[in-house]
Design a protein around this ligand. Structure first.
Ligand code: LMR
Length: 330
């Protein structure tokens, strides 16, 4: 009888172990924007591709809209292994000790998508992602959102229109310097707080590509939007290093392939998503849109030119030079 009980217990343990072996590997992917944005859609595409390519051995669960963690918390959660994958904006990697990514915040650094992609898809971008290994995370890819515009509770046609305004920024010294160069008062707030802070008048304005503006309903709280395209907003998709290096090699290969495909997809939809969002902001009738004329844009460029020189030692002169070379060599 004792033997029978022993065998029964063994069988139970063995079947539990076999079940455990079949449990899919879970990737919890947390992000702060709406699902209906370039990042949200690319995350969903990655989920589909990863699950398909691994025949269901991997499950990806996406938590959008700061539903699990906000900006600062998601970085900590990744390092602690509470989530496996995040895609913070390049402006937010400072707490990892990777402030050189703030080079992407320099105003008017990238004249167009082609120039930007020569950096993010080329050896300079690859080198930057590689160096994240030293910070305990693996940088898998750069994902695009788009070019940022300013918005506020008053019209912004000339750079001096920002003087004295409290402007919400992401946690980046370069963005801080950018707002100060315009005479504005920068205020760092987490993305999930922006709508309410604008509604309450804690800040007067902000900057983001149209997709983030529209999907956060900022047309309800920002009567003026100036299409300035003065800076880039993109992401680094990063994973917990221990998790990634502990994956079976065949699974990791499939996931890398899924990530490459999702990255191509993100680039292919980014501009269109932002164009559609801008049209939707206009159609809302709540926010007046001003598109800078070429002479107006030149005036903004002139006012912001000091930022690159001032931030050179913060970012690293060598990296800035490498990026400028990549931009200039089609
Ligand atoms: C912001 O905080 O403004 C953006 O970086 C949010 C995002 O992830 O696009």
């Amino acid at each position: 009888m004792k033997l029978l009980a022993f065998l029964f217990a063994c069988a139970l343990t063995c079947s539990q172990a076999a079940y455990a072996q079949q449990e899919p590997i879970l990737i919890r992917f947390s992000h702060v924007v709406a699902s209906d944005t370039p990042k949200g859609k690319a995350a969903e595409r990655f989920r589909q591709l990863a699950e398909q390519a691994t025949g269901g051995r991997v499950r990806v669960r996406i938590y959008p809209n700061s539903q699990l963690y906000r900006d600062r918390e998601e970085l900590e959660a990744l390092q602690l292994g509470a989530v496996e994958m995040i895609a913070p904006s390049l402006s937010k990697l400072g707490p990892l000790g990777a402030r050189e990514f703030q080079v992407f915040d320099l105003p008017h650094m990238f004249p167009d998508w082609a120039a930007l992609h020569r950096v993010t898809n080329g050896p300079v971008g690859e080198g930057m992602l590689q160096r994240l290994r030293l910070k305990g995370v693996i940088g898998l890819a750069f994902w695009d959102n788009g070019f940022k515009s300013f918005s506020a509770n008053r019209p912004l046609n000339t750079p001096s229109d920002l003087a004295g305004l409290r402007m919400r920024i992401q946690p980046s010294r370069v963005l801080d310097a950018q707002m100060r160069a315009l005479g504005a008062q920068p205020m760092t707030l987490q993305f999930g707080e922006v709508h309410d802070a604008l509604a309450a008048g804690v800040v007067d304005g902000t900057e983001n590509p149209p997709s983030n503006f529209y999907t956060q309903d900022l047309q309800e709280v920002q009567p003026y939007f100036t299409v300035s395209n003065h800076g880039y907003l993109g992401y680094a998709v990063i994973v917990n290093r221990k998790f990634w290096e502990g994956l079976p090699p065949d699974i990791r290969r499939e996931l890398e392939g899924a990530m490459r495909e999702a990255t191509r997809y993100a680039s292919s939809i980014a501009q269109e998503e932002n164009d559609q969002a801008l049209a939707a902001i206009r159609a809302s009738g709540k926010t007046q849109i001003h598109v800078l004329t070429e002479p107006e844009r030149e005036a903004w460029k002139k006012s912001l030119a000091v930022v690159s020189a001032d931030m050179e030692s913060h970012i690293g002169a060598e990296l800035i030079a490498d990026i400028r070379r990549a931009i200039a060599s089609p």
